[in-house]
Design a binder for this molecule. Structure first.
Ligand code: ZN
Length: 167
């Protein structure tokens, strides 16, 4: 287990469509362990493989209800509903927050690190994080569809009421 360097906006690997994971081997397990370690250290809500320079469809998302990490490999969104607008940040865009509208409920289908298919669902911040991390796997950043960046004061005011959610 080890920490990996989180790449920042402007680096090519954040703009690529990632390839599916096909080998559920020890190398993948090491990647998933490193994503968990790196995310825990950074204190974010989610982290995708391309954010550490690996162009594979794998990410981790924190379930906002249980505060447990969900490992998602080859994930797709299979259902979504509702709408929420709120601040969103990204560990690859440090120090910035933007206002983004997302579905309020999202269900994903994915494989675990051993290749078993499962479904996971989330509301609120968890749903937002599913959307944010899955977009990373297609080379997109939340900054592409923000209404605007938030000022420091707005961010402070918002997070005095809620917990933060950087992915
Ligand atoms: Zn991100």
């Amino acid at each position: 287990m080890a920490l990996r360097k989180i790449v920042e906006q402007g680096e090519d690997c954040l703009n690529k469509v990632c390839r599916p994971v096909t080998d559920f081997n020890r190398r993948l397990h090491t990647l998933m362990d490193d994503l968990l370690d790196t995310l825990s250290e950074a204190g974010g809500a989610g982290l995708a493989a391309p954010q550490v320079g690996i162009l594979r469809r794998a990410c981790v998302v924190m379930d906002d209800d249980t505060e447990e990490f969900i490992e998602l490999i080859n994930p797709t969104i299979v259902a979504q509903s509702g709408e929420q607008t709120g601040p969103e940040g990204c560990l690859s865009v440090p120090g910035k927050w933007g206002l983004v509208t997302r579905p309020d409920y999202v269900r994903v289908r994915a494989q675990d690190r051993d290749g078993n298919w499962f479904e996971a669902e989330g509301e609120g911040l968890t749903a937002r994080c599913f959307c944010h991390e899955l977009e990373h796997l297609d080379g997109h950043l939340y900054t592409e569809h923000i209404e605007r960046f938030l000022t420091d004061e707005e961010v402070e005011e918002y997070f005095s009421k809620q917990e933060e959610g950087a992915g």
